[in-house]
Ligand binder design. Sequence first.
Ligand code: DLZ
Length: 154
Amino acid sequence: MKTIGIVDTTFARFNMGSAAVDEIQQNVSAKIKRITVPGVKDLPVASKKLIEEEGCDIVIALGMPGAKEQDKICAHEASTGIIQAQLMTNTHIIEVFVHEDEGKDEKELAFLMEMRSREHALNVVNMLFHPEKLVKQAGTGQRQGFEDVGTLKH
Ligand SMILES: Cc1nc2c(=O)[nH]c(=O)nc-2n(C[C@H](O)[C@H](O)[C@H](O)CO)c1C
């Protein structure tokens, strides 16, 4: 049975990990290994450990960079670390970040955090079990959380 790793943060203002777990369980039968770390900079090593020590076939790393300048620097550092962990393990770690200032208010932010977590969880299910479904979506302007933007016409 395939194993999906989920790592999220306590810094985030919405339970992104639970949304991802729920979405996976609604769509597929897979083993799930979940851990939570304090913040986004802790995601790379946690993801690498899920792959190397817990045998995960793919990992979803979820977090919420805050709105301040130092939070954005922190998020960029975390992203770089996540890419490095992917290259070191030759395994996908799907980064799901929702920046705190993406929502116009708290309600929209919560909606976005839930929907982006769920839609990327579905991407991960498809990457692992139905890669042909993603090929069908190529170039269709998919967006996780907000509305899809569609294919360009010429
Ligand atoms: C400044 C800062 N900003 C964020 C953030 O926007 N989002 C987040 O999830 N975590 C933040 N952190 C915490 C770090 O990611 C990390 O948890 C600590 O530095 C401990 O390793 C820090 C330190």
